[in-house]
Design a binder for this molecule. Structure first.
Ligand SMILES: *[C@@H]1O[C@H](CO)[C@@H](O)[C@H](O)[C@H]1NC(C)=O
Ligand SMILES: *[C@@H]1O[C@H](CO)[C@@H](O)[C@H](O)[C@H]1NC(C)=O
Ligand SMILES: *[C@@H]1O[C@H](CO)[C@@H](O)[C@H](O)[C@H]1NC(C)=O
Ligand SMILES: *[C@@H]1O[C@H](CO)[C@@H](O)[C@H](O)[C@H]1NC(C)=O
Ligand SMILES: *[C@@H]1O[C@H](CO)[C@@H](O)[C@H](O)[C@H]1NC(C)=O
Length: 476
């Protein structure tokens, strides 16, 4: 299944630096929050693509794509020959409904086209009589329920924060694009999802299952059986950092008490007051989750919120909320002096699990070479911190980290350029390349575009807690 790579390759498209630059804002805006900041652009169905692929696109972040994918420079320039020996892919779910809703929300979220299935199958089932019926949900919000008719929850057919139909379609596309690069071109994703070669995992939330179903279908259009996805117990899941950790929680609280964060809160006050007046008039109803509301509306083709036909949230107000949210991610995961420590306690156990799996592939010759994790921005953001990401905006829908494992050997200068590689032997060295949103990650830690496996493991292991229980204690 490993495809051999030839030394001479037709010129590949360079990573589009102009587009990629938008993933790395030199400065994340602070004061005053930008009006005219770029708003997420979406529609009910699949997310429209940026003209130049590879740029920041909140509703569907870029991922490895055959048009922009490039081999590592060391292989392209012929100084080594090699082939891909493993891929660990960690992604956020695709676009979704919101987590939060407010009273008397003025739209009906429609999920009638995305049908969520959940049922327990009898593993030993041999025939119809013992097999469960594949039941699916049908969400409805009848007026006979007083909490619906009083506006406590919005009408509609979605179980928040479920995936939307557009999110599923983006998932199909995400999977097809990954297949083109890592299946068809690199040969590391197998044509048939045999459990000898692949390993899947997701969070314990429904929307990562809904995402996985889409992305995996994009990879394997003809697969006609079920696939197991690993999941940890919700109370201790290392995706989502669900285990108790007092110090992690304290660091987050302390961050909100820093002067710079308080200053940020003050800048946001007039923006949020204005929004409140626009949507709720003089009511003293409290609602603060505007960023969540705006992204789920804009990414899925719904309008910004209105109180009535003449009073609607403006694009400028939404832009200010988004730029404020970008600043919060930047501050929490990049700029804050405790960012690395926070990330270590939040995502370090998961990083440790991934490192152990990579070691199994490299040292123990595990046949599992492709691993795919379906997770959340609360996992991807701190994981990017552990990889030394230089700067960050909100990691949008489908944001992804690809850890590529390469097996290489030195090139004999005297060899003809077109001779295919000899069979790979165990003495070859392993290298790692890390991609963020489909392009080589720009890391403060060093050159993660091409790093020896052992060095990479040493570097990344610094973010793995040695004794999480001890490290989570708060010393008074
Ligand atoms: C090829 O690329 C690698 C990685 O960027 C670099 O270290 C090496 O010097 C280059 N070799 C040549 C011959 O250009
Ligand atoms: C499923 O796919 C396999 C391999 O392509 C094929 O042999 C088999 O007949 C298919 N089964 C069904 C129920 O379609
Ligand atoms: C529309 O809503 C705004 C904000 O609640 C309110 O100030 C305004 O009077 C309303 N206009 C009409 C025509 O109801
Ligand atoms: C490799 O296999 C050995 C022997 O089975 C085991 O002790 C070791 O923990 C494994 N190492 C990894 C990284 O899986
Ligand atoms: C290339 O071949 C020449 C002549 O056979 C030999 O002298 C030289 O050492 C070789 N170079 C390498 C790098 O193997």
């Amino acid at each position: 299944m490993w495809s051999l790579i030839f030394v001479v390759i037709s010129p590949a498209l360079a990573w589009n630096t102009n587009a990629t630059d938008t993933l790395y804002p030199e400065e994340v805006p602070t004061k005053p929050y930008y009006q005219g900041y770029q708003l997420p652009v979406g529609s009910k169905h699949a997310t429209p693509r940026n003209i130049e692929y590879g740029g920041y696109n909140y509703c569907s972040m870029p991922h490895p794509h055959i048009d922009t994918y490039e081999l590592p420079a060391a292989i392209l320039n012929g100084s080594v020959r090699g082939s891909m020996a493993g891929l660990t892919y960690i992604q956020r779910h695709q676009k979704r409904t919101s987590y939060h809703t407010y009273q008397d929300e003025d739209i009906r979220y429609d999920c009638s086209e995305l049908v969520p299935f959940l049922f327990g199958e009898n593993r030993d089932s041999t025939g119809l009589l013992n097999a469960a019926i594949p039941v699916h949900d049908y969400v409805y919000t009848p007026d006979s329920n007083p909490y619906v008719s009083s506006g406590y929850v919005p009408h509609g057919s979605c179980q928040f924060p479920q995936l939307t139909i557009g999110g599923l379609e983006d998932g199909f596309q995400h999977g097809r694009d990954l297949w083109n690069v890592y299946g068809d071109k690199m040969g590391i994703i197998p044509a048939v999802p045999s459990l000898d070669h692949i390993w899947l995992r997701r969070s314990n939330k429904d929307l990562t299952a809904q995402t996985a179903g889409g992305v995996l279908r994009g990879l394997w259009p003809n697969h006609n059986e079920t696939l197991p996805i690993h999941q940890q117990r919700a109370e201790v899941d290392t995706i989502g950092s669900n285990y108790p950790c007092e110090k992690r929680d304290k660091l987050k609280k302390d961050l909100k008490k820093t002067d710079i964060w308080k200053e940020h809160d003050e800048f946001m006050v007039p923006v949020l007051d204005e929004l409140h007046k626009t949507v709720f008039g003089e009511s003293d109803y409290k609602y603060e989750k505007w960023s969540d509301t705006f992204q789920s509306r804009l990414c899925n083709g719904y309008p910004l919120p209105c109180a009535n036909s003449t009073s609607c949230a403006s694009g400028n107000a939404a832009a200010q909320v988004f730029s404020g949210e970008d600043w919060e991610f930047y501050q929490q995961y990049i700029a804050d002096p405790n960012a690395a420590e926070y990330a270590r306690l939040k995502v370090g156990l998961l990083v440790g699990e991934i490192i152990d799996q990579l070691k199994e592939t490299v040292y123990n010759h595990s046949s599992v070479v492709y691993r795919h994790y379906f997770a959340h921005d609360g996992d991807l953001a701190p994981m990017a911190t552990t990889l030394g990401l230089q700067t960050m905006k909100q990691p949008g829908m489908g944001i992804n980290i690809a850890v590529e494992l390469w097996k290489v050997e030195a090139v004999d200068d005297n060899e003809s350029e077109q001779i295919p590689l000899p069979p790979i032997t165990n003495q070859n060295e392993h290298y790692v390349r890390v991609l963020w949103a489909g392009a080589p990650i720009r890391s403060k830690l060093g050159n993660l575009e091409w790093i020896k496996f052992d060095e990479f493991v040493d570097l990344w292991s610094k973010s793995v807690p040695i004794d999480i229980v001890e490290e989570c204690k708060v010393t008074k």
